[in-house]
Ligand binder design. Sequence first.
Ligand SMILES: Cc1cc2nc3c(=O)[nH]c(=O)nc-3n(C[C@H](O)[C@H](O)[C@H](O)COP(=O)(O)OP(=O)(O)OC[C@H]3O[C@@H](n4cnc5c(N)ncnc54)[C@H](O)[C@@H]3O)c2cc1C
Length: 487
Amino acid sequence: MRIAIIGAGISGFSAARRLRQLLPEAELRIFDRRNRIGGVLETLHKDGLQIEQSADNFITTVPWGIQLCKELGLENDLVQTNPKVRRTYVVRNGKMHLLPDGFLMMAPTKLMPMAITPILSPLGKLRAGLELLMPSRKDDMDESMASFVKRRLGREVYERLVEPLVSGVYAADMEKLSVLATLPRFREMERQYGSLIRAMQRQLKANKQARLAEQSGARYSMFITLRSGLATLCQTIAEHLQRDRFPAAIQLNKEITAVEKAAGGWRLAGETFDAVIYACPVSETAKLLRTAAAAEDACPAMLRPLTMLADKLSGIEHEGTAIATFAFDAGQIKQEFRGMGFVVPKIENNPILAGSFSSLKYEHRAPKDKFLIRVFAGGARNPHLADMPDSDLVPMLFRELRKIIRIDGEPLFSAVSHWAGTMPQYHVGHRERVREIENIIDSMTGIAVAGNAFHGVGIPNCIQSGFQAAEKIAAELTRHLTKTNGN
Ligand SMILES: Cc1cc2nc3c(=O)[nH]c(=O)nc-3n(C[C@H](O)[C@H](O)[C@H](O)COP(=O)(O)OP(=O)(O)OC[C@H]3O[C@@H](n4cnc5c(N)ncnc54)[C@H](O)[C@@H]3O)c2cc1C
């Protein structure tokens, strides 16, 4: 059994790991056009400082990240966020204010902090409080995040709190972002309890009781990272594949430009495989599927699903982002922080989407006398920033950062990374589109897809998507083998 994986990011490597467990005899090739493994996950070490070039950490409420780290023996490498600064600032009129205590992504759980926050006007607060009385929507139709939040909590909570918090994660246009594909639990709360505030308060109470009932076991902060850097994740999977003598050859600097149907399988990079897992961005998967459909000998029965799949995948739009990390002497930062970062609402007209006090959030990233601030820009709000030349981008972001934070002098250095076309946009109707994509894939053998374009952009979701792709292929090949042996 020979399996090809296109893409050496966390999705591709998760698929490889699962295949090793399910089909230990299979032969695997992982291809990537870059000269390193990890995909967007890249950790830079410079002058004793640790800089994450893309993902900074991952969420612990979605289980697959922690589970994989434990399986890989990385449990002791996991680091929690600094408990002294587990708050977030929101910028209003150029100044940072702490997000009202208990405000969780979409809705408040505590009324007093909402009542006294300077982020909202008295009218905005009043409108938010009326959420308890707003009629609830009972149907299953999708809607945009903007429509949902304005409907429940009013325009001001949307513009000043939810829009910047969600933009900082999805880099998306909230008027298009699907609530059902991104934060469906909030629609469920509305349906079940008639109010987000009521639902959140009940949930909080239930969580507290569950925690009290918990006798043992390590508890993690909502986000965690790896002390050695997130690039370790793929490197460790690669080491395990080698250690277990799983014949997984990783071919870097190898761009796959065509995949063709061959007798009993697929042909790519001059070799024939029984199955292909596409763990590259879906725009690339669509391009490759079209090469297969365009081959002269493509049989008509195959052609239709391949083209349909390519069309559906191309319909998922992507945006790019840029990250600039600035390094300072600690003394250059002229204020104390009670939070680990800030988000900037669109109405502030600032090119920065969000910022993170990277070495305060995770203290291992810099010695005590240094300070790292990381700035996130681009996305649907300012797509042109994703590929703006560094010579323009860096001074502009630093100028804007200085308007928000008191900084003395110039940074010691900055590190910039550009991630063009890497952020899938879960627009209204996304869930339905993904269902159609999965139906087509389920109807075909020897093909699976993995990545961040389907059920979540975060690392834990990518890991799960890799596992599922591997499980589909393993089930098909095992079935085929059983049939062949039976004959
Ligand atoms: C700036 C940024 C910040 C983020 N922050 C967080 C965060 O804090 N927490 C979190 O959980 N998630 C975060 N994410 C999301 C998360 O990091 C990604 O969704 C995830 O790492 C994507 O992994 P992947 O393997 O699916 O894709 P990728 O990492 O993009 O890997 C795909 C690989 O396919 C290769 N490839 C493409 N085409 C071809 C081809 N034709 N032939 C060969 N190889 C090809 C590419 O070179 C690439 O290496 C962030 C993402 C970005 C961009």
